[in-house]
Design a protein around this ligand. Structure first.
Ligand code: HAM
Length: 430
């Protein structure tokens, strides 16, 4: 068969899902500790939402969106979560119901990027969005939340980069300063950067082309152009981050690939080279103008999203997933109906039960029970059926006994509650 998954989109097989669950659990628990509640928005949104909010001259909108038309509607599969969440906030008039909203989400995002290590076309994000507080205390607290999740996952070796690009007026000033800086040397810039000089000079700072490096290093920074409230906001943020003792650096050339940001920008980057060029584990910032531009009132907002595949690549392996409590082996067709009923009663008693009703040999079935690291193996043959019992083999303790079918859920539940044998009391047959 040569039908394969779409390039840059991956199957997540059951053997890996345990790690995904651990990551998702850790994120949810941390977000909920901080007062965030889950929101779920559609995967499809009007194309116009992303074009207007993310910005026409960004890579995402210019070349990475999966967009199509259906029944006359221009639709896009979400490349990120923030625009959809803000749309939901405005559409449901949430600002009238509560002064501050803290929402989190988890799910797949889609960008037609060139696949590389750490860069997929379907990837997953966990994100938080906070509406109604202009910061900078909540900015620092939100950055602290990202660090908390990453730390709890066992990932060290990271640094938080922060910057401020000011409000929209400061950004216009900054764009002009960058134009004046790059225009006289435009001839030496990469083709992409020459184009961006016209459309959006901030994007030049993102360029990885070697011919742009020297000009970028000498470019003015946004922070040196900050004034008034923007400057005060950023200074206070840095003070709060220090008080939280977070490993952060002010990175005055940090820009992000989405146009909606105002003031605070941040990225949490791994300092190892395990993800190649894709070192950002999470990114976010303030977007004080978005709610208003979507037709809502002037509500400030800030948020972040973390890339789950990138976090998983750096998470230390957890112990092997727990096997079934009981592996129920049937021996012969007449035992099947009773086995089905027994498995069901055991599960009702809260046990994890796997029923092996295959026509395979006893040896093959025992091998499978061992491979799954089942605690108990239950054998139901015609002899057991006649006596109204099931044979129980404790695979770790090398013990075997019979228990009546009726008593099995209670008696096996008690046995399993005793836990594993003490170290050295028995070993698993190899
Ligand atoms: P972003 O920086 O585009 O921001 O994405 C956030 C994170 O998603 C990145 O740091 C990275 O870990 C992961 N990511 C992005 N693209 C890919 C990809 N192609 N493959 C694998 N992982 C990827 C946003 O999306 C904003 N919505 C964040 C935000 C929320 N800003 C404010 N609120």
């Amino acid at each position: 068969m040569d039908l394969r998954a779409v390039r840059g989109m991956k199957d997540i097989l059951p053997e890996h899902v345990g790690q995904w669950h651990r990551l998702e659990r850790t994120f949810r628990a941390a977000a909920e500790r901080h007062g965030y509640a889950e929101v779920r928005t559609p995967l499809l949104e009007p194309t116009e939402l992303f074009v207007r909010q993310i910005g026409e001259s960004t890579d995402v909108v210019e070349k990475e969106m999966y967009s199509f038309e259906r029944h006359g509607d221009a639709l896009t599969v979400r490349p990120e979560g923030t625009a959809g969440v803000a749309r939901a906030y405005v559409q449901n008039a949430v600002q009238g119901k509560e002064p501050v909203s803290r929402w989190y989400y988890l799910g797949p995002m889609f960008r037609a990027e060139r696949p590389a290590k750490g860069r997929l076309r379907q990837f997953h994000q966990a994100g938080c969005e906070l509406f109604g507080d202009p910061g900078p205390v909540c900015d620092a607290e939100l950055i602290g939340l990202v660090a908390e999740v990453v730390g709890e996952l066992g990932i060290g070796n990271y640094r938080i980069h922060v910057n401020s690009i000011g409000d929209k007026a400061a950004q216009a000033r900054y764009r002009e300063a960058l134009r004046s800086h790059f225009a006289p040397i435009a001839g030496s810039l990469s083709e992409d950067s020459r184009r961006r000089l016209q459309t959006n000079p901030l994007r030049i700072l993102d360029s990885k082309s070697p011919e742009d490096a020297a000009a970028i290093a000498a470019a003015p920074t946004a922070t040196e152009l900050l004034d008034g409230d923007d400057a005060t906001h950023f200074q206070a943020l840095c003070r709060y981050l220090e008080s939280l003792e977070l490993p952060f650096v002010v990175d005055p050339k940090l820009v992000r690939g989405l146009d909606y940001y105002t003031r605070t920008l941040f990225e949490l980057r791994t300092t190892t080279d395990e993800l190649g060029a894709q070192s950002a584990l999470a990114g976010g910032g303030r977007y004080d103008g978005m709610v208003e531009s979507l037709g809502g009132p002037a509500v400030p907002a800030i948020g972040f999203a973390m890339g789950l595949e990138r976090l998983l690549a750096l998470m230390p392996e957890a112990g092997a997933a727990a096997g079934p409590h009981c592996y129920l082996v049937t021996l012969g067709e007449p035992t099947l109906a009773t086995a089905l009923g027994l498995a069901s009663r055991l599960r009702q008693a809260g046990l994890r039960v796997e029923l092996d009703a295959r026509a395979a040999s006893l040896k093959a079935k025992l091998r499978r029970a061992d491979g799954l690291r089942a605690t108990l193996c239950l054998l139901l043959g015609e002899g057991e059926l006649g006596r109204g019992v099931v044979t129980v083999k404790d695979l770790a303790r090398h013990e075997q006994w019979e228990v009546s079918l009726e008593e099995a859920p209670r008696s096996l539940g008690t046995r399993l509650a005793e836990g594993p044998p003490p170290a050295g009391a028995g070993s698993r047959p190899g």
